[in-house]
Each structure stands twice: as structure tokens, then as C-alpha cells.
Design a protein around this ligand. Structure first.
Ligand code: SF4
Ligand code: SF4
Length: 67
């Protein structure tokens, strides 16, 4: 099973990862980071296929994907 780690302090809530995920796994959550952004969180862990598209797309390198 895949594991997606999000470093919330790097996230700027640009939503690029949300839009690129083919499985709709990610969403803006209710956590706000120190910079004031409502950060991305995993919504459907079981759906993730570890394609790493979210990690590649993120301009802040906030996402890492492990298999
Ligand atoms: S690895 Fe792929 S399927 Fe998993 S959250 Fe990222 S974009 Fe979505
Ligand atoms: S692409 Fe990166 S910075 Fe943008 S919302 Fe996703 S995790 Fe946050």
C-alpha cells in the first residue's frame, strides 16, 4: 500500500496536487500551517496508486510518496 507524506509547513495550498491526482485522493483540509495556508491532506488513502504525480507536481516539494 502507498503512503503519502505531506510536509504541511511547506504547503501553500496551490491545489496543483489535488488537480493532478488521478484518483481524487487529496483535498484541502481543516489544518492551517504557520504561514496561514489551509493545507492539503489525504482524503482517500486506500485509492492511492503511488503514481507520484502529486509529488512531481508540487512546486514546494511538500509531498513524498512511498510504496
Ligand atoms: S501518488 Fe498518485 S494516486 Fe497517490 S495521492 Fe499522489 S497523485 Fe494521487
Ligand atoms: S502542490 Fe504542494 S504546495 Fe500545492 S497544494 Fe499540493 S502540497 Fe500544497
Amino acid at each position: 500500500m502507498a503512503k503519502v507524506e505531506i510536509t504541511v509547513e511547506y504547503c501553500k495550498a496551490c491545489e496543483l496536487c489535488i488537480n493532478v491526482c488521478p484518483k481524487g485522493c487529496l483535498q484541502i483540509g481543516e489544518t492551517t500551517n504557520a504561514a496561514g495556508y489551509d493545507v492539503v491532506e489525504m482524503k482517500h488513502d486506500a485509492e492511492c496508486v503511488a503514481c507520484k504525480m502529486c509529488a512531481v507536481m508540487c512546486p514546494e516539494a511538500a509531498i513524498e510518496v512511498y510504496k
